[in-house]
Ligand binder design. Sequence first.
Ligand SMILES: Nc1ncnc2c1ncn2[C@@H]1O[C@H](COP(=O)(O)OP(=O)(O)OP(=O)(O)O)[C@@H](O)[C@H]1O
Length: 716
Amino acid sequence: MASSAADSNLRTLHLCPSPRVRIVGRIRSFTERESEALNQDSKPWITVRHNEDGASSDSGVILSCTDQSSSRKDGPYKLDYCYEQHQGNDTIFSREIKPLISDVLNGRNASVIAYGAKGSGKTYTIQGTQDKPGIAALSMAELLSKSQEAGDVVSVSILEVHQEHAFDLLDPKHSEVQVLGDGRGKINLKGLTQVPVKSVPDFENLYISKLNISKPVQKMPLEPPKRSHKCLMMHVSKVDDNSNKKLVGKMLFIDLAGYEDGRRSSREGVAFQEATKTNRSLQALMNVVYALNTNESHVPYRESKLTRIFQESLDGINHVVMLTCLNPHFCPDTLHVLGLASRSCQSTNHLLSSFTKSTKSSSRQELFLSQRKMKPSTTPNTLKKRAVSTVHASTKKASMSKGRQLLDGAKKVYSNQPEQDGDYSVKKLDFETDDPKALALVPLIKDSQDDKSTFDHDLNSVPEGEVSSTDKLVSDSSSYVEPKEDACVADHPLTALPLELVPHENSISGYPSEMKFKENDASVNNVKNSLDVDPQCISMNSPLEDGKEKKHIDTNAGGSPTLTARLQEMSYLFKSFCTSTPLSVRVPEDSCAQLSVQAGYPSDLIEPKTPTIEHGANLGQRLEATKFTTPLNRLYTRSSGMKDSLVQEYLKFLNTADKEELKELKGIGEKRATYILKLREQSPEPFKNLDDLQDIGLSAKQVKGMMKKMAGEFFS
Ligand SMILES: Nc1ncnc2c1ncn2[C@@H]1O[C@H](COP(=O)(O)OP(=O)(O)OP(=O)(O)O)[C@@H](O)[C@H]1O
């Protein structure tokens, strides 16, 4: 049975292209002590079957494990290749690493990650010994010889990641390295030392001595050794014509902490915490590898510091080799590691035959579920949660990125800054209205259908000369679709896009009954087509009008409203949604009606309808149409829209608010506010999603807490 499965797997491996992260095994040799203890009849517990082509490293191998003492059999496990006990570091180097070096010299990154159970030979493979150099030293020799010919400079950094903190091992103080992202995926390891290297002995002195320094000083004889990940980075820099250094490529060697099942090691206290964090980061890394190999749209780099640090090198464009180190004798942790490696390796093959996202998701779940099968039922719930949430995260991320596209497109409309390319120079609009609901609604306009509907606000009633055409804007705004002539505003509060709102001074206290658009020291050219508002479309007739709930909208002098003000706006929206107030908001007939607040609208404007599915509609259209058919679906859809709006408001605030405003937010003090401003200097919009808040040192938990608190304010 096993053999026929293995045969079919071999065939599959044959047919399918290599995954992006190459996953190879390495069974280490026995140590002298192990050899002495071995019975002469003992057979290796792992057997490797190459395919019919023999030892070609491209065609995949099948591994099976048999524990002789218990006759337990495990496998088959599929890997891209497996190096056996007789094959040394030099063979691994020449087959796996050497071919990557020319690409590193041409500006690409390559990473070699040694992963395995404790004592499986990771350090031996990367670091080697005095007599038998490891793959790092062999690579350095090759890099030096090639780069010196070309006049390139090679330097190294050594980093240790321990319990989600990164330390610079080339700095005598081993100071902590800050991991900063610029919001566009570029990672900056602030303060990391780089030491130029000219020869292999130089390198060995540096590398080995520093790693030895980092070896833990055991305070108590029985204290378990420190578990950390160590990374050697080789930077190859080119000296350009102007003698400026320019980074060409990076080669990383990551010696991961050994995987160890926490329950078996029965650690307590600090050691338990260390083990948990270490295993979590290993798990995060495997999630990244899996996501890369399954071509998932979302790669969870932010699950741990480890994956965050190496995000740029693991991004799928660069080379990544995962060396799965295997103990030569029975070891349950090795089985676990092998299972993970095999699943990540197979995932590409498995998913190539099935293009649907749902299959990917279920495969992802399978990865964890299968791991759970190996473990007793005490597997922590967090693991389950993560398996599920990661699946959701990918879909959610996809929808968020769509939203972001819209924002990016809309940014051109709302930006205070003249466009670099000089196409348009739109500044803030003033609104004058007597109704707080209008104030709340107008700035929150979004094409909630992503790609179908257009928000074609009719500005015909705006005094002439105050607003002119925005045809150019619309065409330049890639994420905006062509405006339709008859379309009206879709002010759906739950899927709204924030817009700079500057209520006119008089409007705050008096709420004049007429709503006007007014230029605020600026041309509002280009706005018309994309932001045409028909006063008839926004004729206000709400209970708020009679003063029951009039509230002052908090704005800072002449600037955008503070977050508190924006939250108030959203609170209005939410309340108006809950009270089913007729808003007389017209929407495009075809699409917006589905998304708009239906309860209580005059029938000629928005008629609650069950969406009709046109004959010949494709699956996507059908699913889209059925999304709104039940009240519960509607509730969920709209609530999630509300959540997204809140998140977008919050991010916009971080991207635009001044220092003092920022400091009003919980969790942001002087230091963080300064840093946010600094990030904004590097990138105009550093916060594109909530994950980006980790760049300012806020953990996912803290961010979640902050968002919860803000959402809670709606009900307080
Ligand atoms: N290919 C090999 N040939 C001979 N000895 C080896 C080989 N690989 C590893 N060893 C020996 O096995 C022992 C464990 O190896 P090593 O320290 O590299 O494991 P490790 O996976 O890095 O362990 P840890 O997870 O604890 O850091 C060492 O004594 C090492 O010298």
